[in-house]
Design a protein around this ligand. Sequence first.
Ligand code: SF4
Ligand code: SF4
Length: 95
Amino acid sequence: MIVNYGYKDGSGEYFISIDTEKCDGCGLCVEACPQQILEMTPNMYDPLADEIIPSVKEEFRKKLRFVCAPCKPVGKKVTPPCISACPNNAITHSW
Ligand code: SF4
Ligand code: SF4
């Protein structure tokens, strides 16, 4: 399952996606995020899976373009800490 957090507006699409098939719940992405916008939570989209996955904290889900900008400037090809930290390539960003 791919779990998406984010939004789109007139300037583009800003989603952080977690591939729950690849994620092993290690939490390294949460520790790596300098803005502390990630947290480990039960997968609310698949309660029967009984798994803990990273999610974007509710208050940041509509602000990703701005809150992620310090480590991921829009329009620049950089690999942000959350993606670098993941040993399983389970996180992707849409922008
Ligand atoms: S891009 Fe930066 S601020 Fe955004 S979730 Fe990843 S590490 Fe955190
Ligand atoms: S670093 Fe990767 S495998 Fe570990 S919790 Fe985050 S998304 Fe899942």
